[in-house]
Design a protein around this ligand. Sequence first.
Ligand SMILES: Cc1cc2nc3c(=O)[nH]c(=O)nc-3n(C[C@H](O)[C@H](O)[C@H](O)COP(=O)(O)O)c2cc1C
Length: 158
Amino acid sequence: MRIGIVVESYWGNTAQVAEAIAAGARQTGAQTVVWSAAQAPAQIADVDLLLVGAPTHNLKLPSSSSRRIAARRGIDVDSSGVREWIASADLSGVPTVFTFDTRVSLHSGSAAKDAAKKLKRRGAHVEQGEGFFITGDTPVLQAGEIERAKEWGSRLAC
Ligand SMILES: Cc1cc2nc3c(=O)[nH]c(=O)nc-3n(C[C@H](O)[C@H](O)[C@H](O)COP(=O)(O)O)c2cc1C
């Protein structure tokens, strides 16, 4: 199985989750490729499964205004991310997409939910996947989340 992952991340946590999902998938023999959303190809081909992940900003996918807030906290930000990538992506060759996100709150709206809604509008067959949880002023993943991401990657690849 070939799995592609498109990810956006500012403090690196969502990127770590993406790498852990990929590592879990490879344990079952899958081939994986991880793209930063700012550099992801507009047309994705040759994957059996695509995952799209982003940090939750203001209950949704990051936007230009939420990225400005991250930039004010000293983070290098790209001018585009998953939101912009979805708007121009050609997903006609992708059988299934799963979304995932990172966030602080269990009960907040989420980037995964927002991405799933936007991907559906673009005609993708999409499932909202997992949320992975963050803690701290400088955000870090909660204990056990990397392992959970690896397990999810293994399950998806089976
Ligand atoms: C502008 C901004 C808005 C945010 N809004 C939310 C939110 O609505 N809900 C939430 O749970 N976390 C929110 N967060 C926390 C982020 O989800 C957290 O920074 C992110 O998961 C870290 O992932 P990253 O290291 O990949 O950037 C927000 C963070 C920023 C910078």
